[in-house]
Ligand binder design. Structure first.
Ligand code: ADP
Length: 557
């Protein structure tokens, strides 16, 4: 007993230590993740990652747009008239509707400028043509050398024959951005250097060139759920916030990250943003999601801890019940054995001459061996049930008869113990399919308990009657009773109420668990109604089989 006690106490801290060994690192991990997430949120780490990523996308976008622009310019440049054929500018413009103006500079004051003839009726365009022609002429007269050098460098350094530049003209109260391609035309030489160029139609650039180029970089994937927001790229001039062009999925919001063009379109700015959301939103959502996951994990961990603790406590309680069971059973076995031995030895010595005494001793030996048998039967039944090997042999039985004969063999003991015994068995009971021995054992267990747990008022009542399609077997006592909170547990194996009155009474804690198993195997149920100090009533309910009901109905019809 002492050994068992010591083991129980050393087990609890070990189990707790084991739980802590698993839970502590997990909790540390959760706390560290939460802290990391908090820092990330405070330092806007997620936003920074997005911004870096977007700048990278913009750099790629610019490179693609540049390539496209150089390719288009080169295709137009090869068709450009030679330096000494400025009269061909008109036909060149007619063949290239995307070009608004074209010019050839062959020396100071020698400048030819042509604009799309079809558009010259528009006053705004005429103004634009005039302004450009005078600006570029004046500009080239002063800067021709520098431009010639830059064009040369472009060719030798980067393999492009044209130099792209920007030009701004007045348009109403705003400035219009124009994209100019400069190059040396056929016929230009070191002695007679010439510069030529053309200017793209800004409408074509805004409505065709840029949208196509941008959609190639960020194609519209058709979906736009909040978990996968699609990025959109815009192009604007440095002098206006409103984009001149954007990829298809642009929703109209301001771009979140911007990057000025380096090469082909100086003065233009590329921007990128998300459709229907912002980086800050995404970052907030991400953080919220992660915090929720961490919260759920913590809850799961806490639930796991509680479950483990409860399970372990239950196991420990069961271990305690088992050890109590062993000591109770040993005690229960030893007492009848000692009595049997004592009375058998006394009889063997032949010193008793009084026949009444003889009779009394025989009776004691019989009763004690019966007690032993019933205890051993209980234990054997229990071990069969635990091993899943308990078998029942059901046969058609007159239950009234079975209860009567079981109680008859016990009646003497009941009354001998000073109990007021009441037995009421209804006569109109239908026969039931039961295992006779198992039902008799259940009844004896209940009767035995009633005898054991009745201190002052010694009363035992057994009633057998039919109610609502079931046969009820009631065992009633006026004994110590059972507290309400203990009642659901008394049918558990090894369980004994922790009342000193109970602990002074011998018992194994198996009786009621056997009764419940047996009754359930018969398709019935056992219940208890009890109040401390007022006695208990155990009711076994056995269903009347369907076949029996049918039989009875047939007879009464
Ligand atoms: P035991 O061998 O301890 O009697 P049982 O399984 O038969 O084991 O009963 C379980 C517990 O239920 C008992 O220990 C006792 O506390 C309580 N009990 C059972 N029957 C009665 C009763 N008739 N009156 C009071 N308490 C009872």
């Amino acid at each position: 007993m002492l050994k068992l006690q010591v083991r129980r106490w050393s087990e609890r801290p070990r189990v707790l230590l084991l739980m802590l060994a698993i839970m502590l690192p997990a909790a540390a991990l959760i706390v560290a993740s939460a802290w990391h997430l908090h820092t990330l949120q405070r330092e806007k780490g997620i936003e920074a990652v997005y911004q870096r990523e977007y700048l990278h996308v913009l750099a790629i976008a610019e490179k693609r747009i540049d390539e496209r622009a150089y390719k288009m310019t080169e295709e137009i440049r090869v068709k450009f008239p030679a330096a000494d054929q400025p009269e061909d500018l008109e036909s060149f413009l007619a063949a290239h509707p995307n070009v608004s103006h074209a010019f050839i500079w062959t020396g100071k004051g020698k400048f030819e400028f042509q604009s799309q003839p079809g558009m010259m009726e528009e006053p705004e365009f005429r103004e634009e043509s005039k302004e450009l022609s005078s600006n570029i002429a004046a500009w080239l007269d002063v800067m021709s050398e520098s431009y010639l050098f830059k064009v040369k460098k472009m060719e030798t350094g980067y393999g492009h024959r044209a130099l792209m530049d920007d030009e701004w003209v007045h348009k109403g109260d705003k400035m219009q951005y124009l994209s100019v391609a400069y190059f040396t035309p056929l016929g230009s030489s070191t002695e007679h250097p010439a510069l030529a160029g053309f200017i793209y139609d800004p409408d074509f650039m805004a409505k065709t060139f840029f949208p196509q180029a941008l959609n190639e970089v960020v194609p519209d994937e058709g979906h736009n759920d909040s978990s996968h927001p699609q990025p959109a790229i815009t192009v604007r001039t440095a002098k206006d916030q409103t984009p001149i062009a954007a990829s298809t999925c642009w929703g109209g919001s301001r771009p979140e990250v911007e990057r000025p063009f380096d090469g082909v379109f100086p003065g233009m700015i590329l921007g990128i943003g998300l459709h229907g959301t912002t980086i800050a939103d995404i970052s907030r959502r991400f953080a919220r999601q992660q915090f929720l996951i961490l919260g759920a994990l913590s809850l799961l961990m806490a639930a796991g801890m509680i479950l483990t603790y409860r399970n372990v406590s239950r196991e420990l309680a069961l271990a305690k019940l088992k050890s109590d069971f062993v000591s109770n059973v040993s005690h229960e076995l030893r007492t009848p054995l000692a009595l049997i031995r004592l009375y058998a030895e006394t009889l063997e010595l032949g010193r008793i001459s009084n026949p009444a005494k003889h009779q009394e001793y025989y009776e004691i030996i019989r009763k004690e061996s019966e007690r032993l048998t019933s205890l051993i039967n209980n234990i054997l039944d229990f071990s069969r049930i635990e091993a899943g090997k308990k078998e029942y042999s059901f046969c058609q039985t007159d239950v009234g008869d079975l209860v009567r004969s079981t109680l008859d063999s016990y009646r003497f003991e009941i009354e001998h113990n000073g109990f007021h015994f009441e037995q009421k068995i209804d006569s109109d009971l239908p026969p039931l399919q039961v295992d006779r021995e198992a039902i008799a054992r259940s009844l004896l267990n209940l009767v035995n308990n009633a005898l054991k747990y009745s201190a002052r008022e010694k009363y035992l009542g057994v009633y057998l009657y039919r109610q609502n399609g079931s046969v009820h077997l009631e065992v009633v006592d006026h004994g110590i009773g059972i507290p309400a909170k203990e009642q659901p547990r008394i049918f558990e194996k090894f369980y004994r109420v922790g009342d000193p009155l109970v602990h002074n009474t011998k018992g194994s804690g198996l009786g009621l668990s056997l009764v419940r198993h047996i009754v359930r195997a018969h398709g019935g149920e056992v219940t208890v109604e009890s109040a401390p100090g007022h006695g208990s009533k155990f009711i076994i309910t056995l269903p009347v089989q369907a076949s029996e009901l049918q039989q009875q109905e047939a007879v009464s019809a």
